[in-house]
Design a protein around this ligand. Structure first.
Ligand code: GLC
Length: 459
């Protein structure tokens, strides 16, 4: 009898215990192994798609313009992306060199792109009438890309979502009175149910981008979302999944897998407590995530390629966003960028995939960015401004066995600094200097590619 009750107690205890914490028995090496495909991939596609594609003036339009639920309804009633062809999207992503994609299953507006059984504010109830997520997941998987879901913690549609400072109706006191009794626990239940649904009905999901927390006065954070419980469920349902850092669990062990600097370029590899951590920056082609017809600040192909290289040179990933139109297409500006990046990637992806920041002893040459493949033991010199005839590489002498242009595998001759004086590369003062640099002898015209790369085979 006693044994039975002890056993029962133990059983109850062991069932209750994990509910209190996120399982985090992973060692550093295990975490690295879990994230290996992701750190090697380096380049993914973000997709922001929802009702906001119709107003076509930013995915925050409902909040920016304080649009009421009634007025926003017209976008739901007219949602009909008749040209939607996810196979074409997947083809474009793959051709651009992207290895994974992350799609907004629900953005802040609350609209669900899949056929959720927990509500009616979803694609299947619009004139379009079909689940958008399933064919997308299938199409991208078929092209060999990994699958990621972005899911908004914030919800401007749900009737139990308490009005906070980011809510479209925050300044509408009348509305706030009517919403005074909203219960965030009921909303959290809806949130958890939907995340469970997404993580059980679409096969293996490789990454999850929960967005976002803003704790403090009139904000929301881990207690509102019940983040620890949510993350525990996520990790149980999909143990391999890679999760972002916006659940407000930065101080919780196992509470995030990577940092997410958004719309800016970090100065250096991101560190937490002095230690380099995995990171991914998400960036737009222009200023908006959702399709924006009139936005004009589009980045050029070259800017985007340089951005990708710079991210990898600092040990990070780039998640580059497309905001498809309400017809279900990528607009010409997006296609042109994707194709341009793809043309460069075709000849140069070796300097991106599996690459990371170069070891410290190799100083970044002037007007260049370095990436490094530790497995292949190759260094990649991305030459942003083509110099006249020669490129000086400080710290490289004795390390390089062979050098070539990456675009055509044509040999690049080099000399080391000890002999540099002979051919007049150095000023009189430095002539006899024994350093550890090498000098690459480059052709005068640069190769006709967006960013030329010299591939160095290390000894
Ligand atoms: C922000 C914005 C959002 C966008 C996201 C991408 O948090 O709220 O519109 O989806 O960043 O990272």
């Amino acid at each position: 009898m006693r044994i039975t009750s002890v056993f029962l107690l133990l059983l109850i205890f062991s069932l209750a215990l994990p509910a209190m914490a996120i399982p985090n028995q992973e060692t550093e090496a295990q975490r690295e192994a879990r994230m290996k495909w992701w750190t090697e991939a380096r380049f993914g596609m973000f997709i922001h798609w929802g009702l906001y594609a119709l107003p076509a003036r930013h995915e925050w339009v409902k909040q920016y313009e304080a649009i009421t639920e009634e007025d926003y309804q017209q976008y739901f009633d007219h949602f009909n992306p008749d040209l939607y062809n996810p196979k074409e999207w997947a083809r474009l992503a793959k051709a651009a060199g992207m290895k994974y994609f992350v799609v907004t299953t629900k953005h802040h507006e609350g609209f669900c792109l899949w056929d959720s059984k927990y509500g009616d504010y979803k694609a299947t109830k619009t004139p379009y009438g079909k689940d958008l997520i399933k064919p997308m997941v299938e199409a991208f998987r078929a092209e060999g890309l990994r699958v990621g879901f972005y899911h908004s913690l914030i919800d401007w549609h749900h009737p139990e979502y308490p009005v906070d400072k980011k809510h479209p109706m925050f300044n509408n006191l009348e509305f706030r009175k009517t919403a005074a009794n909203r219960d965030v626990r009921k909303y959290a239940e809806y949130l958890h149910n939907q995340v469970r649904e997404l993580l059980t009905e679409y096969g293996p999901i490789d990454c999850l981008f929960m967005d976002f927390s803003f704790p403090g006065e009139n904000g929301k954070g881990r207690n509102d979302w019940q983040s620890e419980k949510l993350l525990k469920m996520i990790r149980e349902l999909q143990p391999q999944i890679i999760v972002d850092d916006r659940l407000d669990l930065l101080d919780v062990p196992g509470g995030w897998d990577y940092r997410t600097p958004e719309q800016f370029m970090p100065q250096e590899w991101l560190k937490v407590d002095g230690k380099r951590v995995p990171w991914e920056t998400c960036q737009t082609f222009s200023g908006s995530w959702g399709y924006h017809r009139d936005e004009a600040t589009w980045k050029s192909v070259r800017q985007l390629v340089v951005m990708l290289v710079e991210v990898v040179s600092k040990g990070g990933n780039l998640l580059l966003n497309v905001g498809p139109t309400a017809r279900g297409t990528f607009d010409e500006r997006a296609k042109e960028r994707l194709e341009g990046i793809g043309a460069w990637m075709e000849g140069h992806s070796r300097s991106i995939y599996g690459c990371t920041q170069a070891p410290d002893e190799f100083k970044t040459p002037q007007n260049c960015l370095l990436t490094y493949n530790p497995t292949a033991k190759r260094l990649y010199v991305h030459v942003l401004e083509w110099p006249m005839g020669a490129l000086f590489l400080d710290g490289f002498a004795g390390h390089v066995a062979y050098a070539q242009l990456l675009n055509d595998a044509s040999e690049v001759k080099f000399i080391d600094q000890s002999r540099a004086g002979e051919i007049g590369f150095f000023t009189e003062e430095r002539k006899g200097e024994k350093g550890n640099a090498i000098i690459l002898r480059l052709p005068v015209p640069p190769p006709a590619v967006t960013v030329p790369v010299v591939e160095l085979f290390l000894k």
